[in-house]
Design a binder for this molecule. Sequence first.
Ligand code: NAI
Length: 257
Amino acid sequence: SRIYVITGAGSGIGAAAARLLREAGATVVGVDLRGTEVTADLSTPEGRRQGVADAVEAAGGTVDAVIASAGVSAVSPLTVSVNYYGVTEFLEGIRPTLARSAAPRVAVVSSMSSLQPNYPPLVQAMLEGDEATARAMAEQLAADPRAGGLIYASSKRAISRWVRAQSVTAEWAGAGIALNAVAPGIVKTPMTEELRATPESVAFLDAVVPMPLNYHQPPESIANLCIWLTSVENSHCAGQTIYCDGGSDVVMRGEDA
Ligand code: NAI
């Protein structure tokens, strides 16, 4: 059976993916701040290194697939560190182990926010790799009440671009590793609980994330897509961000985007 490592497996989409995979007979090593096989804080370089080492050890030295779901939506530099570097450095660290699998696959949980207004210099800073510079920029945005939302959107824009750029390189496609992302709309998890709680905040959500197909989605809708993208059957999807968002992308960008 296949061996999966799932970051953010303690809650929401990651927890749903872990449960569905275990039900289907796979081995799952969860990585999260608490409540999983491996405890690791992916907001720091040391936590990422230790998380990779402990996950590979818990997996018995073989990893066939990674689902990277850990993420936060805080208006702070933490969002840059977890949503971007917590994904890229974790994946770079585990890549040599993945490359030894017969059918290695990765699915990253991005967001339809990757299409929302962002702060291009912050996106660039993340893609150029310097975490300290990117965090300092996010710190400044966080201080401006009108600009705080740009941090999350920038982190998701950057991770989708990273996935796209890396997917076709010698390290990923060259090693047979399918690397893709998924972009949910509003998922019914603890992350959005407060936003879904009052009529005022729901009206705001409906304006920025319209979802004509079946409205707000269960975590399983994303988990099942990640499971397919990381299955043996996915031999040829590379570098895509797949919008599974009730139609938000189409409503916002139009039919010929
Ligand atoms: P969630 O809050 O239920 O789960 C996120 C998990 O990530 C939690 O278990 C949390 O402990 C873990 N995590 C956070 N910081 C961490 C750190 N420093 N180190 C290790 N683990 C950490 O949220 P949900 O909804 O399951 O989110 C999963 C992913 O989906 C995130 O990347 C999020 O940005 C993305 N997403 C969620 C949407 C939603 O509407 N809920 C929409 C679009 C994207």
